[in-house]
Design a protein around this ligand. Structure first.
Ligand code: ARG
Length: 603
């Protein structure tokens, strides 16, 4: 289906043409003065120069054409879509749609809704996209910093998919760096007797991991702290990281167990967030790609030795700030974060031939990605058309404006954060006497997810934001629970209508022309659906979708408060409203699903 703005623009464009002006001047936009009109066209202002005429003369002529209605190709005239067209000095066209025309458009949307897309067209050319998000580090507990990547990445992936793109998500585990060396070093100090550390051992290693995930979560911070205080310890960890990267038998076997235990725990955590990855690759997955890649970079003359390390220059003349060379291998030959990222690009290019690779990480990694992307292009790891995009997000702060911490100043674990929100929400849901304990539990989790995700996604990703549980959990204002509350309200009206009029099939009811300003506003907001969906994707901006469902919820609630739907005696009117509610709910469901949460039946 065409976007409503395009449909109207065509009509206005045709009127420009009929009046003797360029058709493209007829571009219509949503009015920035809703008190004056619904849509506006500023084409006459632009045309004034081109035609050496006062803009109002052009606008007057176009308005006169629009008043005549639209000529069909067979010569008959179609009734005008506009209720009013005003030419306003110095040369604006202020437009209002006829309620019947708007309702007709929504009817098409409703009918097209059978596939769950509500008229959203498929892209002209489907792109193959890989989105790299989540990015947790093995053996370290998931903390709130990983929340944003997971939540934003998942929303972007679903947004792309809803828009008809071919996209897969890769978690890109941090599983090959120094933290692995640290964990191995500390485990060896504590358990030198483990067979993994016996260099003479040639048998098979045990099936069972000798540690739990909680053990690992204690070992890593301990080792990390010690390495900062003790230079020898640090050197040993570096050495062990390198030995691991060379796949020293015992270390590699132990590493596999660490991965096994960590990944099982990560899967559980991400499942709780309703975040799912198609690929569970990691830095280590490309270990074997590195040597060939490095050789080629050397052969082609891009990589050279500098202070013992192997580097690629990536500075450009136009750089405002210095972009340092990309270090490919350290002097001891060990791979770095950059190395594994480059090898991963090469590997993805070879395996998937993507049109686009998106990375969702903290924006403080911007320089890293600038270096990586430039090096990848320079060394020809990707074809020139492959787009590489870093979507950097801001910091999640506490109410004090500083990075979010636990009460005692530690790093808050994601699990703790989620259970805190669940608790807060449960207190609210429990106040509804109709809801039993078990349902309250389930519903609280569902609403808490919306609170958490909407609280994050409603902010422009690149900005820092304040994580405020109390605010996020409120049923009023720009929050996830408010959106769900609106959806629950619609569900309840629809259920009551069905109970009143058992025989009806809701999908048979047709939307009627708006009868009030509030109803028309709601209809107009609904008509913006596909444009919003497309733009949110184009701009990688889930916050646009949040703003849209907030508008839609507000518009629905204003309509609801001014309209007594269920007691309406005129059956047709009432049925029209029910059809409008069905569409509103359908659109809200499509949007919330993209954002990664859903509404219960009651709350
Ligand atoms: N593990 C990294 C971190 O915690 C994030 C990985 C992001 N993805 C990537 N391809 N570099 O910072």
């Amino acid at each position: 289906m065409e976007q409503l703005l395009d449909v109207i623009s065509e009509k206005v464009g045709a009127a420009f043409e009929a009046a003797g002006y360029d058709r493209t001047l007829g571009r219509v936009q949503i009015s920035n003065r809703p008190d004056l009109c619904e849509y506006q066209c500023n084409g006459a202002m632009a045309g004034a120069k081109q035609y050496h005429k006062a803009p109002f003369m052009i606008a007057d002529a176009v308005a006169a054409e629009l008043a005549k209605g639209e000529k069909r190709p067979d010569g008959t005239v179609e009734e005008s879509a506009f209720e009013s067209v005003e030419s306003v000095k110095p040369g604006f066209l202020n437009l209002r749609l006829k309620p019947a025309f708007l309702a007709g458009y929504l009817e098409q949307m409703r009918e097209a809704g059978a596939d769950g897309k509500w008229g959203l067209p498929a892209p002209e050319k489907k792109k193959k996209i890989i989105i790299d998000y989540g990015g947790p580090n093995v053996a370290k507990p998931l903390h709130v910093g990983h929340l944003r990547s997971a939540v934003i990445g998942e929303a972007l992936k679903r947004l792309a998919r809803y828009n008809g793109q071919d996209i897969i998500g890769d978690i890109h585990l941090g599983d090959w760096g120094l933290q692995m060396g640290l964990v191995i070093t500390e485990l060896r100090k504590r358990h030198p007797e483990w067979v993994y550390f016996d260099d003479n051992y040639t048998g098979a290693y045990p099936e069972e991991a000798p540690f739990t995930v909680s053990d690992l979560e204690e070992v890593y911070p301990f080792a990390s702290k010690r390495s900062k205080e003790d230079a020898d310890y640090y050197a040993e960890a570096m050495e062990n990281t390198h030995l691991l990267q060379e796949k020293k038998r015992g270390f590699y076997a132990l590493w596999q167990k660490i991965i096994e235990v960590s990944v099982a725990d990560l899967k559980k955590n991400y499942r709780n967030l309703d975040v799912e990855f198609e690929l569970w690759n990691g830095e280590a997955s490309v270990n074997d790609v590195i040597p060939g890649m490095v050789d080629k970079m050397k052969q082609d003359g891009f990589a050279y030795e500098s202070n013992g390390a192997l580097v690629v220059d990536v500075a450009e003349d136009t750089d405002a700030k210095e972009v340092p060379p990309c270090i490919i291998l350290k002097s001891d030959g060990a791979a770095l974060y950059t190395t594994t990222d480059l090898a991963t690009i090469l590997d993805r290019e070879n395996k998937y031939d993507p049109d686009e690779i998106l990375y969702v990480t903290d924006k403080r990694q911007a320089l890293h990605f600038t270096q990586v992307f430039r090096a990848a292009r320079k060394c020809g790891l990707v074809k020139p058309t492959t787009e590489l995009v870093h979507i950097g997000f801001g910091t999640m702060n506490g109410r004090d404006g500083k990075p979010f911490k636990t009460r005692d100043g530690g790093v808050m674990r994601l699990e703790t954060l989620i259970s805190d929100i669940d608790e807060e929400m449960k207190k609210k849901i429990e106040t509804n006497p109709e809801i039993g304990a078990e349902e309250a539990d389930r519903t609280a989790k569902q609403v808490a997810m919306a609170a958490l995700k909407y609280g994050d996604l409603s902010n422009q990703a690149s900005k820092d934001y304040v994580f405020d549980i109390e605010k996020f959990c409120s049923f009023e204002g720009d929050t996830g629970p408010y959106i769900l509350y609106t959806m629950v309200r619609i569900k309840s009206i629809l259920a009551k209508y069905k109970a009143q009029d058992g025989a009806v099939d809701l999908s048979e009811l047709r939307i009627g022309p708006a009868r009030s300003g509030a109803e028309k506003t709601l209809q107009e907001t609904l008509a913006r659906f596909s444009g919003t969906m497309q733009n949110s994707w184009k701009e990688y901006a889930p916050h646009r979708l949040c703003a849209y469902i907030y508008d839609l919820s507000n518009d629905f609630n204003s309509f609801y408060h001014g309209t007594r739907i269920l007691v309406e005696e005129d059956r047709e009117k009432k049925a029209g409203w029910i059809a409008l509610l069905t569409l509103t709910l359908g659109v809200l469901e499509a949007c919330t699903d993209v954002l990664g949460f859903s509404a219960p039946d009651r709350m």
